[in-house]
Design a protein around this ligand. Structure first.
Ligand SMILES: NC(=O)c1ccc[n+]([C@@H]2O[C@H](COP(=O)([O-])OP(=O)(O)OC[C@H]3O[C@@H](n4cnc5c(N)ncnc54)[C@H](OP(=O)(O)O)[C@@H]3O)[C@@H](O)[C@H]2O)c1
Length: 230
């Protein structure tokens, strides 16, 4: 396994945990939005004699606030990480997976991908883009022995809520927060079963299914109110 993030401390701790259970885990400290990130991952895989059998596109960031109030660079950075980097890695990994007729991609999306999100517009847009790409790839890849799954959690108790400011928004305060480990286990199990979409619990499934059925103006007004910080 090759673990990639910017912070080395968490990577090292996780690699030690995985190695202790008999796995082989390597680390790579890398900003996925940096130019040459895909090539750096390819080089690291080569160095360790690995191929990308399963790609987990998990890294993601969000930012709460009105688009006009937030920094344009920060918001474009969300698109760069949540969508562009995930797509670039998928495009790099897919040909090999198809050739070997095995493996696949587990994209970490969100229920945010099923609706527009006033007050967190770029995050919701990035997850909608990832959802569209992931579902299309699922169809394209399925005849080639390759699985592409989109995991769609609702709020999860992780540092994301603090980092993005989402933890203070009404909607995130109201909804129960899932445990990260449970979400990961459900996502992995769904991927292994070849599922296109995985909802880790009933609530995330219900929200993702009901929101698109609501009249758009009603949904937008509701979300704008719920996304407000308290
Ligand atoms: N938490 C939620 O409520 C929730 C709900 C639905 C979906 N999700 C999705 O779940 C995924 C995981 O998020 P999380 O909740 O676990 O958030 P998190 O605790 O903030 O973790 C984000 C991870 O991404 C890495 N990362 C961030 N920016 C990066 C960059 N530029 N390059 C490389 N790695 C980077 C972080 O490591 P470094 O900072 O060390 O780089 C960290 O490992 C995201 O895609 C998020 O959108 C989260």
């Amino acid at each position: 396994m090759l673990l990639v993030a910017r912070g080395m401390a968490a990577l090292t701790a996780l690699a030690e945990e995985l190695t202790a259970t008999g796995g082989e885990a390597h680390t790579l400290s890398l900003d996925l939005t940096a130019p040459g990130a895909v090539a750096a991952i390819g080089a690291a895989l080569l160095r360790h004699g690995l191929v990308c059998d399963v790609l987990v596109n998990n890294a993601g960031q969000g930012l709460v606030g009105a688009a006009a109030d937030l920094s344009a660079a920060d918001q474009l950075g969300i698109l760069d990480l949540n969508l562009r980097a995930a797509v670039a890695l998928a495009l790099a990994a897919l040909p090999g997976m198809r050739q070997r007729r095995q493996g696949g991609i587990l994209n970490v999306g969100s229920i945010a991908g099923f609706m527009p999100g006033p007050g967190m517009a770029l995050y919701y847009a990035s997850k909608a883009g990832l959802r569209s790409f992931s579902e299309a790839l699922w169809q394209e890849a399925r005849g080639h022995g390759v699985v592409v799954t989109l995991l769609c959690p609702g709020p999860v108790r992780t540092p994301f809520l603090e980092r993005s400011g989402a933890g203070k928004a009404r909607i995130f305060r109201m909804l129960p927060k899932a445990k990260a480990q449970r979400v990961a286990i459900r996502g992995w199990a769904g991927f292994r079963r070849g599922k296109r979409l995985v909802f880790p619990d009933r609530l995330s499934w219900l929200i993702a299914r009901v929101a698109p059925l609501l009249p758009r103006r009603l949904l937008l007004g509701l979300l704008a109110r719920l996304q407000q910080q308290r």
